[in-house]
Design a protein around this ligand. Structure first.
Ligand code: FA5
Length: 336
């Protein structure tokens, strides 16, 4: 019986080590450990029928053989799995340099994305860093800290998508990138020079208004800043971004977070004729806004402006309908 166990173990280990795949190994496992007629089980079942003096030695040998065969199977599964993974690496390898089959076209960035990157580059040269914000914003950062009290009529101009869910009550899809003035100032110490491009949302839809559009915010806070600094920065940037002969004019306007508040018009050539076109809002940051972020308005002051990116790109390329940017018609997009 002891010799039989020894032979059984040897032949099992031999078969296991030459099992080429998991299926074969599974069959071997069944042959030795199958519930009904597994060879190891048969031996263990036979032990009680042996002479009592033989039982101890046979039982011990059978259990050692059982453990060795089990361990052999487990090791082989591990080796087969490793081999499989190594082969996957070869069989699924992609040669990225291989030429494609058929006609292919190279994609490129969307004109709005290109313009935003150009803004980052141009303002970067003027010493402005980029601050990125969130599209889902709380009422405090979108409105309240910007001096819009809860019942302020200026909220009416920026009707947006409010979230009704109880847990998220008070959150909105932000209506303006001006929220980043607050977020950045909360986290950093003055002086500040930032731009913040991104998506904003309003309840608007026509040829010049979209429910989702892009704005770029600019904030400069330092000592003794004036509207002359605003004009210089803006004109320098727009001359590089749009055209060297852009000119600017300011009209008085109202935004709760600036005083004075301005509407900015740019003089541009449209269809060969010069025209003043409104491009965004601006102004000197309101002392209340600085107080809301613990910046002392007796020491620090500055300007902010915010422009619609679609508007700028429409002006730059003479696009008549803003919706064209979002229809993904390749005939339109390929022109840029
Ligand atoms: C604002 O959003 C202010 N946050 C701008 C600002 C910043 C003022 C800093 C002062 C200081 P306004 O609502 O005017 O302002 O929007 C700014 C620009 O966004 C507009 O001039 C226009 O170009 C663009 N815009 C507004 N609504 C839409 C829309 N629905 N679709 C596309 N562009 C829009």
């Amino acid at each position: 019986m002891l010799q039989q166990i020894d032979e059984l173990e040897k032949s099992a280990l031999k078969k296991i080590s030459s099992a080429e795949n998991e299926e074969i190994l599974k069959a071997i496992e069944l042959e030795y450990f199958g519930r009904k007629s597994g060879k190891i089980g048969e031996i263990l079942k036979a032990i009680p029928t042996l002479e009592p003096k033989e039982r101890g030695a046979v039982g011990k040998a059978a259990n050692i053989a059982k453990k060795n065969v089990e361990a052999g199977i487990a090791d082989r599964y591990f080796v087969l799995e490793e081999e499989k993974m190594a082969n996957l690496e070869i069989s699924e390898k992609i040669d990225v340099t291989e030429p494609s089959i058929g006609k292919t076209e190279k994609g490129k960035r969307h004109p709005l994305s290109v313009f935003m990157l150009e803004c980052e580059h141009v303002f970067g040269k003027l010493g402005f860093e980029v601050a990125e914000g969130f599209e889902i914003e709380d009422d405090f950062h979108n409105f309240e800290a910007l001096n819009f009290t809860p019942d302020h009529p200026a909220r009416e101009m920026q009707d947006t998508f409010f979230i009704e869910n109880e847990e998220l009550k008070g959150y909105v899809l932000r209506t303006q990138t001006s929220d980043m003035q607050i977020r950045f100032m909360e986290e950093n110490k003055p002086p500040y020079r930032i731009i913040s491009p991104g998506k904003v949302y309003r309840k608007d839809s026509d040829a010049t208004h979209s429910p989702m559009f892009h704005q770029i915010e600019c904030l400069m806070i330092d000592k003794n800043i004036s509207l002359a600094n605003l004009r210089f920065i803006l004109l320098t940037a727009l001359r590089e971004l749009i055209s060297p002969d852009v000119d600017l004019r300011f009209r008085l306007s109202y935004f709760p977070f600036v005083e004075p508040g301005l509407e900015v018009d740019a003089l541009l050539k449209v269809d060969g004729k010069e025209k003043w076109l409104e491009i965004g809002g601006a102004g000197m940051v309101h002392p209340n806004v600085l107080k809301n972020v613990n910046v002392d308005p007796d020491i620090w002051n500055g300007f902010a402006f915010g422009f619609g990116i679609e508007r700028m790109v429409m002006i730059k390329y003479g696009v008549k309908d803003l919706r064209a940017f979002f229809e993904n018609d390749l005939r339109f997009l390929k022109q840029f």
